[in-house]
Design a protein around this ligand. Sequence first.
Ligand code: HEC
Ligand code: HEC
Length: 468
Amino acid sequence: MAKSKLKKNQSGRMLKGSGLLFAVATPTFIVGLSAISLKPTAAQGGPNPKLVQLGRALFFDEGLSNPAGMACATCHNPTAGFSYPVSMINEATGTVPGAVESRFGNRKPPTISYARFIPQGPPTFDPRQQAYVGGLFFDGRAANLPGQAQAPLQNPNEMNNLVHNVGSPALVVSEVESGPNANLFKQVFGPEAFSQPADQVFQQIVQAIAAWESSPEVSPFSSKYDAYVAGKATLTAAELDGLRLFTGTVNGRPGGQPYVKNAECSSCHVLAPQAGQGPDLFTDSHYYNIGIPRNENNPYYAQTNKVTDPVGYNALGDDYVDLGLADFLYPDGGLVEGDSLGIKGTFKAPTLRNVDARPDAEFVKDYGHNGVFKSLASIVHFYNTRNLTRAPGEVIDFTKPNPYEGLKGKPFWPRPEYASPETLINPAGHATGPGRHLGNLGLTAKQEADIVAFLQTLTDAPPPPPAP
Ligand code: HEC
Ligand code: HEC
Protein backbone atom coordinates (compact mmCIF):
# COMPACT_ATOMS: atom_id res chain seq x y z
CA MET A 1 0.00 0.00 0.00
CA ALA A 2 1.47 3.32 -1.02
CA LYS A 3 2.05 5.50 1.98
CA SER A 4 1.14 8.59 -0.06
CA LYS A 5 -2.44 7.39 -0.21
CA LEU A 6 -2.79 7.94 3.52
CA LYS A 7 -4.01 11.38 4.48
CA LYS A 8 -2.73 13.10 7.56
CA ASN A 9 -5.27 14.45 10.01
CA GLN A 10 -4.91 17.75 11.86
CA SER A 11 -2.66 16.37 14.59
CA GLY A 12 -0.28 15.10 11.95
CA ARG A 13 -1.06 11.47 12.59
CA MET A 14 -1.92 9.21 9.74
CA LEU A 15 -5.63 8.72 9.36
CA LYS A 16 -6.69 5.28 10.29
CA GLY A 17 -9.85 4.56 8.39
CA SER A 18 -11.46 1.17 8.22
CA GLY A 19 -11.90 1.77 4.51
CA LEU A 20 -8.20 1.18 4.06
CA LEU A 21 -8.33 -2.27 5.42
CA PHE A 22 -9.29 -4.19 2.38
CA ALA A 23 -6.59 -2.39 0.45
CA VAL A 24 -3.86 -3.39 2.87
CA ALA A 25 -5.11 -6.83 3.85
CA THR A 26 -2.73 -9.48 2.61
CA PRO A 27 -4.02 -12.35 0.49
CA THR A 28 -3.52 -14.66 3.48
CA PHE A 29 -6.62 -13.26 5.16
CA ILE A 30 -8.83 -16.18 6.04
CA VAL A 31 -12.33 -15.19 5.10
CA GLY A 32 -14.16 -18.33 6.11
CA LEU A 33 -17.82 -19.12 5.86
CA SER A 34 -20.55 -16.64 6.50
CA ALA A 35 -21.54 -16.83 10.14
CA ILE A 36 -25.15 -17.18 9.05
CA SER A 37 -24.90 -20.94 8.72
CA LEU A 38 -24.22 -21.11 12.45
CA LYS A 39 -27.20 -19.10 13.55
CA PRO A 40 -30.01 -21.11 15.08
CA THR A 41 -33.14 -21.25 12.99
CA ALA A 42 -36.52 -20.70 14.62
CA ALA A 43 -37.52 -24.27 13.82
CA GLN A 44 -34.44 -25.73 15.47
CA GLY A 45 -34.45 -23.43 18.50
CA GLY A 46 -30.64 -23.60 18.51
CA PRO A 47 -27.79 -24.94 16.43
CA ASN A 48 -28.43 -28.46 15.17
CA PRO A 49 -27.41 -30.66 18.15
CA LYS A 50 -26.00 -33.32 15.83
CA LEU A 51 -23.82 -30.70 14.14
CA VAL A 52 -22.53 -29.63 17.57
CA GLN A 53 -21.90 -33.26 18.53
CA LEU A 54 -19.97 -33.79 15.29
CA GLY A 55 -17.97 -30.61 15.85
CA ARG A 56 -17.01 -31.74 19.34
CA ALA A 57 -15.94 -35.15 18.06
CA LEU A 58 -13.82 -33.56 15.30
CA PHE A 59 -12.25 -31.13 17.78
CA PHE A 60 -11.00 -34.09 19.84
CA ASP A 61 -10.07 -36.25 16.81
CA GLU A 62 -6.34 -36.98 16.88
CA GLY A 63 -6.53 -38.43 13.39
CA LEU A 64 -6.80 -34.98 11.81
CA SER A 65 -3.08 -34.28 11.77
CA ASN A 66 -0.17 -35.42 9.62
CA PRO A 67 1.28 -37.56 11.12
CA ALA A 68 -1.75 -38.56 13.22
CA GLY A 69 -1.72 -37.87 16.94
CA MET A 70 -2.69 -34.22 17.26
CA ALA A 71 -6.22 -32.84 17.73
CA CYS A 72 -7.41 -29.27 18.21
CA ALA A 73 -7.86 -30.33 21.84
CA THR A 74 -4.16 -31.21 22.07
CA CYS A 75 -3.54 -27.46 22.26
CA HIS A 76 -6.93 -26.18 23.46
CA ASN A 77 -7.84 -28.58 26.23
CA PRO A 78 -10.79 -28.21 28.61
CA THR A 79 -8.59 -29.31 31.53
CA ALA A 80 -6.59 -26.08 31.15
CA GLY A 81 -9.45 -23.73 30.30
CA PHE A 82 -9.17 -24.66 26.62
CA SER A 83 -5.50 -23.71 26.46
CA TYR A 84 -2.36 -25.88 26.48
CA PRO A 85 -2.63 -28.81 28.93
CA VAL A 86 1.06 -29.68 29.46
CA SER A 87 2.50 -27.82 32.43
CA MET A 88 6.11 -28.66 31.59
CA ILE A 89 5.86 -27.14 28.10
CA ASN A 90 4.03 -24.06 29.38
CA GLU A 91 6.83 -23.52 31.85
CA ALA A 92 9.76 -24.37 29.58
CA THR A 93 8.84 -22.77 26.26
CA GLY A 94 5.35 -21.25 26.24
CA THR A 95 4.96 -21.88 22.53
CA VAL A 96 4.13 -25.49 21.70
CA PRO A 97 5.21 -28.35 19.40
CA GLY A 98 3.16 -29.30 16.34
CA ALA A 99 2.31 -32.69 14.84
CA VAL A 100 5.88 -32.78 13.55
CA GLU A 101 7.42 -32.63 16.99
CA SER A 102 10.59 -30.77 16.07
CA ARG A 103 8.50 -27.81 14.89
CA PHE A 104 7.12 -25.06 17.09
CA GLY A 105 4.67 -22.26 16.41
CA ASN A 106 5.62 -18.63 17.05
CA ARG A 107 2.83 -17.92 19.59
CA LYS A 108 1.23 -19.74 22.49
CA PRO A 109 -2.27 -21.23 22.26
CA PRO A 110 -4.87 -18.85 23.71
CA THR A 111 -8.12 -20.12 25.20
CA ILE A 112 -10.96 -20.77 22.76
CA SER A 113 -13.61 -20.24 25.42
CA TYR A 114 -15.74 -17.16 24.67
CA ALA A 115 -14.04 -16.80 21.26
CA ARG A 116 -17.53 -16.96 19.75
CA PHE A 117 -18.12 -13.44 21.07
CA ILE A 118 -15.11 -11.89 19.31
CA PRO A 119 -16.39 -9.47 16.64
CA GLN A 120 -16.05 -10.63 13.05
CA GLY A 121 -12.85 -9.67 11.21
CA PRO A 122 -11.07 -8.17 9.42
CA PRO A 123 -9.93 -5.78 12.16
CA THR A 124 -11.31 -2.27 11.66
CA PHE A 125 -10.35 1.00 13.32
CA ASP A 126 -12.54 2.08 16.22
CA PRO A 127 -12.12 5.85 16.65
CA ARG A 128 -13.64 5.87 20.14
CA GLN A 129 -10.97 3.59 21.53
CA GLN A 130 -8.30 4.72 19.00
CA ALA A 131 -7.52 1.08 18.29
CA TYR A 132 -8.39 -1.71 15.87
CA VAL A 133 -10.99 -4.29 16.82
CA GLY A 134 -12.21 -7.71 15.71
CA GLY A 135 -11.00 -10.92 14.10
CA LEU A 136 -9.55 -14.16 15.44
CA PHE A 137 -5.94 -14.96 16.37
CA PHE A 138 -3.65 -12.54 18.22
CA ASP A 139 -3.36 -10.63 14.92
CA GLY A 140 -6.96 -10.88 13.67
CA ARG A 141 -6.08 -12.67 10.44
CA ALA A 142 -9.15 -14.97 10.51
CA ALA A 143 -12.63 -13.50 10.10
CA ASN A 144 -14.64 -15.94 12.17
CA LEU A 145 -14.57 -19.39 13.77
CA PRO A 146 -15.07 -21.49 10.61
CA GLY A 147 -12.44 -19.42 8.82
CA GLN A 148 -10.07 -19.78 11.77
CA ALA A 149 -10.40 -23.59 11.97
CA GLN A 150 -9.04 -23.98 8.43
CA ALA A 151 -5.69 -22.57 9.52
CA PRO A 152 -4.33 -24.96 12.22
CA LEU A 153 -5.35 -27.96 10.11
CA GLN A 154 -3.05 -26.70 7.34
CA ASN A 155 -0.34 -25.02 9.41
CA PRO A 156 3.02 -26.85 9.02
CA ASN A 157 3.89 -26.09 12.65
CA GLU A 158 0.52 -27.33 13.92
CA MET A 159 -1.58 -30.13 12.36
CA ASN A 160 0.49 -30.11 9.15
CA ASN A 161 -2.04 -31.29 6.54
CA LEU A 162 0.08 -30.29 3.56
CA VAL A 163 0.81 -31.98 0.26
CA HIS A 164 3.93 -30.79 -1.60
CA ASN A 165 4.18 -27.99 0.98
CA VAL A 166 0.72 -26.64 0.17
CA GLY A 167 -2.24 -26.84 2.59
CA SER A 168 -4.51 -29.68 1.55
CA PRO A 169 -8.22 -29.67 2.43
CA ALA A 170 -8.46 -33.00 0.55
CA LEU A 171 -6.05 -34.62 3.01
CA VAL A 172 -8.18 -33.47 5.96
CA VAL A 173 -11.31 -34.78 4.24
CA SER A 174 -9.71 -38.20 3.68
CA GLU A 175 -8.76 -38.33 7.37
CA VAL A 176 -12.35 -37.66 8.41
CA GLU A 177 -13.71 -40.12 5.86
CA SER A 178 -11.46 -42.94 7.12
CA GLY A 179 -11.74 -41.93 10.79
CA PRO A 180 -14.08 -42.69 13.69
CA ASN A 181 -16.48 -39.82 12.87
CA ALA A 182 -17.32 -40.70 9.27
CA ASN A 183 -20.74 -42.11 10.13
CA LEU A 184 -21.69 -39.17 12.30
CA PHE A 185 -20.55 -36.89 9.48
CA LYS A 186 -22.89 -38.68 7.05
CA GLN A 187 -25.75 -38.46 9.53
CA VAL A 188 -25.33 -34.69 9.56
CA PHE A 189 -24.45 -33.96 5.94
CA GLY A 190 -26.13 -36.89 4.14
CA PRO A 191 -25.11 -40.38 3.06
CA GLU A 192 -23.32 -39.02 -0.03
CA ALA A 193 -21.45 -36.35 1.97
CA PHE A 194 -18.01 -37.59 0.99
CA SER A 195 -18.86 -37.66 -2.72
CA GLN A 196 -18.92 -33.86 -2.85
CA PRO A 197 -15.86 -31.86 -3.93
CA ALA A 198 -13.21 -31.90 -1.18
CA ASP A 199 -13.34 -28.13 -0.68
CA GLN A 200 -17.03 -28.34 0.08
CA VAL A 201 -16.58 -31.19 2.59
CA PHE A 202 -13.74 -29.24 4.20
CA GLN A 203 -16.08 -26.27 4.69
CA GLN A 204 -18.57 -28.59 6.41
CA ILE A 205 -15.83 -29.92 8.70
CA VAL A 206 -14.86 -26.44 9.89
CA GLN A 207 -18.52 -25.42 10.11
CA ALA A 208 -19.16 -28.33 12.50
CA ILE A 209 -16.11 -27.48 14.63
CA ALA A 210 -17.25 -23.85 14.81
CA ALA A 211 -20.77 -24.91 15.82
CA TRP A 212 -19.36 -26.76 18.82
CA GLU A 213 -16.99 -23.87 19.65
CA SER A 214 -20.11 -21.66 19.70
CA SER A 215 -21.96 -23.96 22.10
CA PRO A 216 -22.53 -23.31 25.82
CA GLU A 217 -20.12 -26.13 26.68
CA VAL A 218 -17.26 -23.87 25.55
CA SER A 219 -18.70 -20.61 26.95
CA PRO A 220 -20.88 -21.61 29.90
CA PHE A 221 -20.81 -18.43 32.06
CA SER A 222 -20.64 -20.72 35.10
CA SER A 223 -17.86 -19.08 37.11
CA LYS A 224 -17.99 -17.90 40.71
CA TYR A 225 -18.02 -14.36 39.28
CA ASP A 226 -21.20 -15.15 37.32
CA ALA A 227 -22.81 -16.59 40.44
CA TYR A 228 -21.79 -13.42 42.31
CA VAL A 229 -23.38 -11.20 39.65
CA ALA A 230 -26.55 -13.32 39.86
CA GLY A 231 -26.62 -12.81 43.64
CA LYS A 232 -25.91 -16.48 44.31
CA ALA A 233 -22.37 -16.27 45.66
CA THR A 234 -20.33 -13.92 47.83
CA LEU A 235 -16.82 -12.80 46.96
CA THR A 236 -14.18 -13.00 49.69
CA ALA A 237 -12.75 -9.70 50.91
CA ALA A 238 -9.67 -10.21 48.74
CA GLU A 239 -11.68 -11.09 45.61
CA LEU A 240 -13.96 -8.09 46.06
CA ASP A 241 -10.98 -5.77 46.58
CA GLY A 242 -9.50 -7.25 43.38
CA LEU A 243 -12.67 -6.58 41.40
CA ARG A 244 -12.85 -3.01 42.69
CA LEU A 245 -9.22 -2.41 41.75
CA PHE A 246 -9.84 -4.04 38.36
CA THR A 247 -12.62 -1.53 37.53
CA GLY A 248 -11.47 1.28 39.85
CA THR A 249 -14.97 1.54 41.27
CA VAL A 250 -16.72 0.60 44.51
CA ASN A 251 -19.53 -1.29 42.76
CA GLY A 252 -17.14 -3.16 40.46
CA ARG A 253 -18.73 -1.67 37.35
CA PRO A 254 -17.29 0.91 34.93
CA GLY A 255 -18.59 4.38 35.71
CA GLY A 256 -19.32 3.62 39.36
CA GLN A 257 -18.17 5.67 42.35
CA PRO A 258 -14.34 5.78 42.34
CA TYR A 259 -12.53 3.28 44.56
CA VAL A 260 -9.37 4.09 46.56
CA LYS A 261 -7.24 2.94 43.62
CA ASN A 262 -7.80 2.17 39.93
CA ALA A 263 -5.70 -0.51 38.20
CA GLU A 264 -7.54 0.32 34.94
CA CYS A 265 -7.82 -3.28 33.82
CA SER A 266 -11.42 -2.91 32.70
CA SER A 267 -10.57 -0.21 30.16
CA CYS A 268 -9.48 -3.10 27.88
CA HIS A 269 -10.74 -6.23 29.64
CA VAL A 270 -14.21 -4.73 29.71
CA LEU A 271 -17.38 -5.58 31.53
CA ALA A 272 -20.83 -4.07 31.07
CA PRO A 273 -21.66 -0.79 32.88
CA GLN A 274 -24.57 -2.51 34.66
CA ALA A 275 -25.06 -6.12 35.72
CA GLY A 276 -27.22 -7.94 33.18
CA GLN A 277 -26.54 -5.42 30.39
CA GLY A 278 -24.63 -7.90 28.34
CA PRO A 279 -22.23 -10.72 28.86
CA ASP A 280 -19.14 -9.61 30.80
CA LEU A 281 -16.48 -10.87 28.40
CA PHE A 282 -13.43 -9.30 30.07
CA THR A 283 -12.14 -8.16 26.71
CA ASP A 284 -13.02 -5.48 24.17
CA SER A 285 -11.24 -7.50 21.43
CA HIS A 286 -9.17 -4.42 20.53
CA TYR A 287 -5.47 -4.46 19.67
CA TYR A 288 -2.93 -2.87 22.03
CA ASN A 289 0.80 -2.96 22.69
CA ILE A 290 1.22 -3.52 26.43
CA GLY A 291 4.96 -4.02 26.02
CA ILE A 292 5.44 -7.57 27.17
CA PRO A 293 9.05 -8.72 26.89
CA ARG A 294 10.29 -11.16 24.33
CA ASN A 295 10.29 -14.83 25.41
CA GLU A 296 13.94 -15.90 25.16
CA ASN A 297 12.88 -19.56 25.53
CA ASN A 298 10.68 -19.51 22.42
CA PRO A 299 12.07 -22.34 20.21
CA TYR A 300 10.77 -20.45 17.18
CA TYR A 301 13.89 -18.24 17.31
CA ALA A 302 16.02 -21.30 16.51
CA GLN A 303 13.61 -22.73 13.94
CA THR A 304 15.60 -21.51 10.96
CA ASN A 305 16.02 -24.78 9.09
CA LYS A 306 14.40 -24.54 5.68
CA VAL A 307 14.87 -28.25 5.10
CA THR A 308 13.11 -29.58 8.21
CA ASP A 309 10.37 -26.93 8.06
CA PRO A 310 10.16 -25.75 4.45
CA VAL A 311 7.02 -23.64 4.90
CA GLY A 312 6.84 -22.62 8.56
CA TYR A 313 10.46 -21.79 9.33
CA ASN A 314 11.63 -18.49 10.78
CA ALA A 315 13.74 -16.67 8.20
CA LEU A 316 14.80 -13.95 10.67
CA GLY A 317 16.12 -16.26 13.37
CA ASP A 318 17.01 -14.42 16.56
CA ASP A 319 16.04 -11.08 14.98
CA TYR A 320 12.40 -12.11 14.73
CA VAL A 321 10.08 -9.59 16.36
CA ASP A 322 6.40 -10.45 16.56
CA LEU A 323 4.63 -7.34 15.26
CA GLY A 324 1.14 -8.74 15.90
CA LEU A 325 -1.56 -6.93 13.95
CA ALA A 326 1.07 -5.25 11.75
CA ASP A 327 2.31 -8.61 10.48
CA PHE A 328 -1.17 -9.15 9.12
CA LEU A 329 -2.31 -5.71 7.96
CA TYR A 330 0.87 -4.63 6.19
CA PRO A 331 1.51 -6.56 3.02
CA ASP A 332 4.39 -8.97 2.56
CA GLY A 333 5.17 -9.44 6.20
CA GLY A 334 5.47 -5.85 7.29
CA LEU A 335 6.65 -2.37 6.47
CA VAL A 336 10.37 -2.13 6.95
CA GLU A 337 10.15 1.50 7.95
CA GLY A 338 7.44 3.46 9.65
CA ASP A 339 4.08 2.40 10.95
CA SER A 340 1.46 4.41 9.09
CA LEU A 341 -1.44 2.68 10.80
CA GLY A 342 0.12 2.79 14.28
CA ILE A 343 -0.25 -0.94 14.87
CA LYS A 344 3.21 -2.47 15.19
CA GLY A 345 3.48 -4.67 18.27
CA THR A 346 -0.26 -4.61 19.00
CA PHE A 347 -2.06 -7.83 19.92
CA LYS A 348 -5.70 -8.59 20.52
CA ALA A 349 -6.64 -8.31 24.17
CA PRO A 350 -7.74 -11.79 25.27
CA THR A 351 -10.69 -12.61 27.47
CA LEU A 352 -9.69 -13.18 31.08
CA ARG A 353 -12.37 -15.80 31.60
CA ASN A 354 -10.74 -19.13 32.48
CA VAL A 355 -7.36 -17.40 32.70
CA ASP A 356 -6.63 -19.40 35.88
CA ALA A 357 -8.39 -22.66 34.82
CA ARG A 358 -5.89 -25.45 35.46
CA PRO A 359 -6.09 -29.13 36.44
CA ASP A 360 -4.32 -28.64 39.80
CA ALA A 361 -2.57 -25.97 41.81
CA GLU A 362 0.93 -27.10 40.77
CA PHE A 363 0.12 -26.83 37.06
CA VAL A 364 1.94 -23.93 35.34
CA LYS A 365 0.08 -21.78 32.79
CA ASP A 366 1.75 -19.15 30.64
CA TYR A 367 0.51 -15.73 29.61
CA GLY A 368 0.94 -13.19 26.81
CA HIS A 369 1.15 -13.93 23.07
CA ASN A 370 4.58 -15.56 23.48
CA GLY A 371 3.93 -17.18 26.87
CA VAL A 372 6.71 -15.24 28.63
CA PHE A 373 4.81 -14.92 31.93
CA LYS A 374 4.44 -18.10 33.97
CA SER A 375 1.93 -16.93 36.58
CA LEU A 376 -0.88 -14.45 37.03
CA ALA A 377 1.08 -12.88 39.87
CA SER A 378 3.95 -12.09 37.50
CA ILE A 379 1.84 -10.51 34.75
CA VAL A 380 -0.05 -8.39 37.28
CA HIS A 381 3.28 -7.31 38.79
CA PHE A 382 4.38 -6.46 35.25
CA TYR A 383 1.37 -4.19 34.67
CA ASN A 384 2.20 -2.50 37.96
CA THR A 385 5.95 -2.02 37.39
CA ARG A 386 6.80 -2.19 33.66
CA ASN A 387 8.27 1.32 33.71
CA LEU A 388 10.02 1.09 37.09
CA THR A 389 13.52 0.23 38.22
CA ARG A 390 14.86 -0.92 41.57
CA ALA A 391 15.85 2.68 42.35
CA PRO A 392 12.84 4.08 44.22
CA GLY A 393 10.95 6.69 42.21
CA GLU A 394 12.87 6.10 38.98
CA VAL A 395 10.67 5.76 35.89
CA ILE A 396 11.80 4.40 32.50
CA ASP A 397 10.70 6.68 29.65
CA PHE A 398 10.22 4.69 26.44
CA THR A 399 9.65 7.88 24.45
CA LYS A 400 13.40 8.57 24.71
CA PRO A 401 15.70 7.27 21.96
CA ASN A 402 17.62 5.20 24.53
CA PRO A 403 15.30 4.67 27.49
CA TYR A 404 17.82 2.60 29.46
CA GLU A 405 20.66 5.13 29.28
CA GLY A 406 21.78 6.47 32.65
CA LEU A 407 19.34 4.51 34.76
CA LYS A 408 20.37 4.22 38.41
CA GLY A 409 18.43 1.05 39.23
CA LYS A 410 18.04 -2.27 37.47
CA PRO A 411 14.76 -2.36 35.54
CA PHE A 412 12.18 -4.81 36.90
CA TRP A 413 11.60 -6.24 33.41
CA PRO A 414 13.48 -6.85 30.17
CA ARG A 415 12.68 -4.34 27.42
CA PRO A 416 9.35 -4.72 25.58
CA GLU A 417 9.44 -7.02 22.55
CA TYR A 418 8.45 -3.98 20.46
CA ALA A 419 9.09 -0.77 22.35
CA SER A 420 7.91 1.91 19.89
CA PRO A 421 6.36 4.83 21.80
CA GLU A 422 3.87 5.16 18.96
CA THR A 423 2.04 2.02 19.99
CA LEU A 424 3.22 1.25 23.52
CA ILE A 425 0.46 2.12 25.99
CA ASN A 426 1.68 4.89 28.33
CA PRO A 427 5.33 4.77 27.16
CA ALA A 428 6.49 7.55 29.46
CA GLY A 429 5.34 5.67 32.54
CA HIS A 430 3.34 8.70 33.64
CA ALA A 431 -0.22 8.73 32.41
CA THR A 432 -0.43 10.48 29.06
CA GLY A 433 -4.20 10.26 28.88
CA PRO A 434 -7.08 9.50 31.21
CA GLY A 435 -7.06 5.98 32.61
CA ARG A 436 -3.70 4.99 31.18
CA HIS A 437 -1.25 4.44 34.03
CA LEU A 438 -0.19 1.05 32.63
CA GLY A 439 3.39 0.29 33.63
CA ASN A 440 3.30 2.35 36.80
CA LEU A 441 0.02 1.65 38.59
CA GLY A 442 1.21 2.25 42.15
CA LEU A 443 -0.37 -0.94 43.52
CA THR A 444 0.80 -2.48 46.79
CA ALA A 445 1.79 -6.17 46.93
CA LYS A 446 -1.51 -6.88 48.70
CA GLN A 447 -3.45 -5.12 45.94
CA GLU A 448 -1.63 -7.12 43.25
CA ALA A 449 -2.50 -10.35 45.11
CA ASP A 450 -6.15 -9.28 45.40
CA ILE A 451 -6.36 -8.73 41.62
CA VAL A 452 -5.04 -12.27 41.14
CA ALA A 453 -7.64 -13.55 43.63
CA PHE A 454 -10.32 -11.83 41.59
CA LEU A 455 -9.03 -13.29 38.28
CA GLN A 456 -9.36 -16.73 39.89
CA THR A 457 -13.12 -16.21 40.24
CA LEU A 458 -13.40 -16.22 36.42
CA THR A 459 -12.84 -19.99 36.12
CA ASP A 460 -15.91 -21.79 34.82
CA ALA A 461 -17.43 -24.51 37.00
CA PRO A 462 -18.26 -27.32 37.22
CA PRO A 463 -14.99 -28.42 35.66
CA PRO A 464 -15.40 -29.08 31.95
CA PRO A 465 -15.97 -32.75 31.12
CA PRO A 466 -12.92 -34.86 30.25
CA ALA A 467 -12.05 -35.62 26.64
CA PRO A 468 -14.05 -38.54 25.19
C1 HEC B 1 -0.23 -27.05 17.89
C2 HEC B 1 -1.17 -26.34 18.73
C3 HEC B 1 -2.51 -25.97 18.15
C4 HEC B 1 -3.44 -26.79 17.54
C5 HEC B 1 -3.32 -28.26 17.21
C6 HEC B 1 -4.59 -25.95 17.30
N1 HEC B 1 -4.37 -24.69 17.74
FE1 HEC B 1 -5.72 -23.19 17.81
N2 HEC B 1 -4.28 -21.88 18.33
C7 HEC B 1 -2.96 -22.23 18.57
C8 HEC B 1 -2.16 -21.03 18.65
C9 HEC B 1 -0.65 -20.97 18.90
C10 HEC B 1 -3.04 -19.96 18.43
C11 HEC B 1 -2.66 -18.47 18.36
C12 HEC B 1 -1.98 -18.24 17.01
C13 HEC B 1 -1.91 -16.81 16.55
O1 HEC B 1 -2.55 -15.94 17.14
O2 HEC B 1 -1.23 -16.56 15.54
C14 HEC B 1 -4.38 -20.53 18.25
C15 HEC B 1 -5.54 -19.78 18.09
C16 HEC B 1 -6.81 -20.35 17.99
C17 HEC B 1 -8.05 -19.60 18.02
C18 HEC B 1 -8.19 -18.08 18.13
C19 HEC B 1 -8.62 -17.63 19.49
C20 HEC B 1 -8.68 -16.11 19.58
O3 HEC B 1 -8.85 -15.60 20.69
O4 HEC B 1 -8.55 -15.41 18.57
C21 HEC B 1 -9.07 -20.52 17.87
C22 HEC B 1 -10.56 -20.24 17.85
C23 HEC B 1 -8.45 -21.82 17.72
N3 HEC B 1 -7.08 -21.68 17.83
C24 HEC B 1 -9.13 -23.00 17.44
C25 HEC B 1 -8.48 -24.16 17.01
C26 HEC B 1 -9.14 -25.26 16.31
C27 HEC B 1 -10.60 -25.31 15.93
C28 HEC B 1 -8.19 -26.20 16.07
C29 HEC B 1 -8.32 -27.50 15.31
C30 HEC B 1 -8.83 -27.42 13.97
C31 HEC B 1 -6.93 -25.68 16.64
N4 HEC B 1 -7.15 -24.44 17.16
C32 HEC B 1 -5.75 -26.40 16.67
C33 HEC B 1 -2.47 -23.51 18.73
C34 HEC B 1 -3.10 -24.64 18.24
C1 HEC C 1 -4.52 -1.09 27.22
C2 HEC C 1 -5.31 -2.29 27.30
C3 HEC C 1 -5.08 -3.21 28.47
C4 HEC C 1 -5.12 -2.92 29.82
C5 HEC C 1 -5.35 -1.57 30.48
C6 HEC C 1 -4.91 -4.16 30.50
N1 HEC C 1 -4.74 -5.18 29.60
FE1 HEC C 1 -4.39 -7.14 30.03
N2 HEC C 1 -4.02 -7.50 28.07
C7 HEC C 1 -4.14 -6.59 27.05
C8 HEC C 1 -3.58 -7.16 25.85
C9 HEC C 1 -3.52 -6.47 24.49
C10 HEC C 1 -3.11 -8.43 26.17
C11 HEC C 1 -2.35 -9.40 25.24
C12 HEC C 1 -0.96 -8.84 25.05
C13 HEC C 1 0.02 -9.72 24.35
O1 HEC C 1 -0.20 -10.93 24.29
O2 HEC C 1 1.02 -9.17 23.85
C14 HEC C 1 -3.41 -8.62 27.59
C15 HEC C 1 -3.13 -9.79 28.31
C16 HEC C 1 -3.48 -10.00 29.62
C17 HEC C 1 -3.34 -11.25 30.33
C18 HEC C 1 -2.82 -12.55 29.72
C19 HEC C 1 -3.96 -13.43 29.33
C20 HEC C 1 -3.55 -14.67 28.59
O3 HEC C 1 -4.39 -15.57 28.50
O4 HEC C 1 -2.41 -14.77 28.11
C21 HEC C 1 -3.77 -11.05 31.61
C22 HEC C 1 -3.83 -12.07 32.73
C23 HEC C 1 -4.18 -9.67 31.70
N3 HEC C 1 -4.00 -9.06 30.49
C24 HEC C 1 -4.68 -9.07 32.85
C25 HEC C 1 -4.82 -7.69 32.99
C26 HEC C 1 -4.99 -7.02 34.26
C27 HEC C 1 -5.11 -7.71 35.60
C28 HEC C 1 -5.02 -5.68 34.00
C29 HEC C 1 -5.07 -4.54 35.00
C30 HEC C 1 -3.95 -4.51 35.93
C31 HEC C 1 -4.88 -5.52 32.56
N4 HEC C 1 -4.76 -6.76 31.98
C32 HEC C 1 -4.89 -4.29 31.89
C33 HEC C 1 -4.67 -5.33 27.16
C34 HEC C 1 -4.81 -4.63 28.36
